[in-house]
Design a protein around this ligand. Structure first.
Ligand SMILES: [Ca+2]
Length: 532
């Protein structure tokens, strides 16, 4: 479920960017209405020429927008841009729960959509039942744009994860082609206090002390929070990262330790990082409420000019900047905090290329529909159409003003759901940066420039972890291991000083006995398979 949130976050961050300049590839968009008129006559021509437009049914996330019906504006737009008719009935999303129920009903009624987003591992059982198209040979042949957009070694992992054990491809993974995360530090505070950017843990602690003691926000009160995070010891990955702990949005993950794939939570690296964090906590360098902070509460502190250093998505960094400016009038400068050097450790910011399955294709007996589905996949994964797909229909999703395309405000009662979002299912650094640059109005450029600079800079510290693409099935039968129950308990208490660091060994033992040993065995078997 956490992955679904990521998808939504990306959609939200993309939607928050509202203006598009009329340069380059956007010239097409100015003619969207004209294109639509042309498309109607054009399609008649196509039909006359025998190039029939086939309709297919597509299901995916819709958080309340209008459906796409035959002949509707978005239907015509997709038909014009992609050569396929997309029918997208409204299905209430409700966090994915209702969607999954409706999807199951539809499948039980033998009315599976032609192309859809699977949920919660549904693709595994469907593949086993022969309900999904085997894409192994179809994609290279009929959807080369998609096939080539995802690296071969990722396809190899998808094959290794084939639930039928035949090494075939039954789903299209989501992908992020760049390191998305970093710690951010207030460069303007460093400058004000005459401090250099820290590069070692020792220097870092000195900087945190200065943030705590020297009133960098200038209000005469000692109200600064040098660094911090959120409940369940999440969103302070930078404090783990310097010890080489694989950590994904606050969730321990899998990487190579001592030569073997290992859950990072049970490594000596984790022990050392928790010990460090308990010291920061004791010294008042870690927000005392770190383990209580909700998302809103922590972000509220960042945007009220109190926090010196936080960890998050780099690409949504304009949100804290702009909110901080709105709240306080301060134009902050957040820069990437390098992974701090600690003797004996190799630090990094975790990068996972895999995001959950983006699409599965019905094992269609209707050859025309199967070919239309593959055509749609091929055409929508052509990067040249991504900005058009992002903007949507002129007059419904965006409007032209002085040669600039401006996204219209979100309006679920009038806007059809932009269901085809390849740019968020395969996220690339260049597209995101280009979108940032070409869509920001002048008055927002100070924040957007920072974000683009930081996105580039963060790549220096991003490392793809060995556990990237590991299927959730390794946790089967061990929900507590999957939910990190023990880890959160011990990590929290150690950080707060309620447990001495020596208790860490007890945690490792308990973890192994309560299923961790078996999960580790499965994880290593999986890893041996993909390394073959
Ligand atoms: Ca202050």
């Amino acid at each position: 479920m956490k992955f679904k949130k990521i998808g939504l976050m990306l959609a939200v961050s993309a939607l928050a960017i509202t203006t598009v300049t009329g340069c380059g590839g956007n010239n097409n968009n100015g003619n969207a209405a004209a294109n639509q008129n042309q498309s109607q006559s054009g399609n008649q021509n196509q039909s006359a020429a025998g190039d029939e437009v086939v309709d297919i049914e597509v299901w995916g996330t819709n958080i309340g927008y209008k459906p796409i019906e035959k002949g509707s504006k978005l239907y015509e737009f997709y038909k014009e841009k992609l050569g396929v008719g997309v029918i997208h009935p409204y299905v209430e999303w409700n966090g994915g729960t209702n969607y999954l129920n409706q999807l199951n009903l539809k499948i039980a009624a033998n009315e599976m959509p032609d192309l859809f987003l699977p949920q919660q591992g549904l693709e595994d059982s469907l593949a086993k039942n022969g309900a999904l198209a085997d894409l192994t040979d179809l994609l290279p042949k009929y959807a080369p744009n998609l096939w080539n957009a995802i690296p071969q070694d990722m396809w190899d992992i998808v094959k290794a994860n084939d639930p039928t054990g035949q090494g075939r491809i039954y789903y299209i993974p989501g992908m992020v082609d760049y390191g998305r995360y970093s710690a951010m530090i207030r460069q303007d505070w460093l400058d004000k206090l005459g401090l250099q950017m820290p590069t070692t843990q020792e220097e870092y602690v000195k900087v945190l002390e200065a943030f705590r003691d020297e009133d960098p926000n200038g209000n005469g009160q000692q109200d600064e929070l040098a660094t911090g995070g959120r409940e369940q010891a999440r969103w302070m990955d930078h404090l783990f990262a310097m010890y080489g702990v694989a950590m994904f949005e606050g969730y321990p993950d899998w990487d190579i330790y001592d030569g073997e794939l290992t859950y990072s939570a049970v490594t000596p690296n984790m022990k050392a990082s928790l010990e460090f964090m308990s010291k920061l906590y004791k010294e008042g360098l870690l927000d005392k409420e770190s383990l209580l902070n909700t998302k809103d509460k922590w972000e509220g502190k960042i945007t009220s000019d109190k926090v010196g250093n936080y960890f998050h998505w780099v690409e949504s960094g304009y949100l804290p900047l702009e909110n901080l400016f709105k709240n306080t009038g301060v134009k902050a400068n957040f820069t990437v905090l390098p992974v701090q050097k600690v003797d004996g450790y190799e630090g990094f910011y975790t990068w996972k290329r895999f995001t959950p399955p983006a699409w599965v294709v019905k094992n269609n007996k209707d050859e025309k529909k199967l070919m239309a589905t593959l055509k749609l996949l091929n055409n929508m994964y052509d990067k040249k159409v991504w900005k058009d797909l992002y903007l949507g229909v002129e007059g419904m999703h965006y409007t032209m003003k002085d040669g600039k395309a401006t996204k219209l405000p979100d309006d679920k009662s009038t806007q059809e759901n932009l269901i085809l979002d390849p740019y968020s299912k395969i996220s690339t650094l260049d597209f995101m940066m280009d979108l940032n640059k070409s869509t920001a109005s002048e008055d927002r450029m100070w924040a957007i420039d920072q974000v683009n600079r930081n996105m580039q800079e963060a790549q220096k510290y991003a490392k793809v972890i060995a556990g990237d693409g590991m299927p959730a099935s390794v946790y089967e039968g061990y929900p507590d291991i999957n939910n990190r129950t023990l880890y959160v308990e011990y990590a929290s208490k150690i950080i707060l000083g309620q447990y001495p660091i020596s208790k860490f060994d007890e945690f490792v033992e308990k973890w192994n006995k309560s299923g961790g040993e078996e999960v580790t065995k499965r994880a290593r078997e999986w890893y041996a398979k993909i390394k073959k």
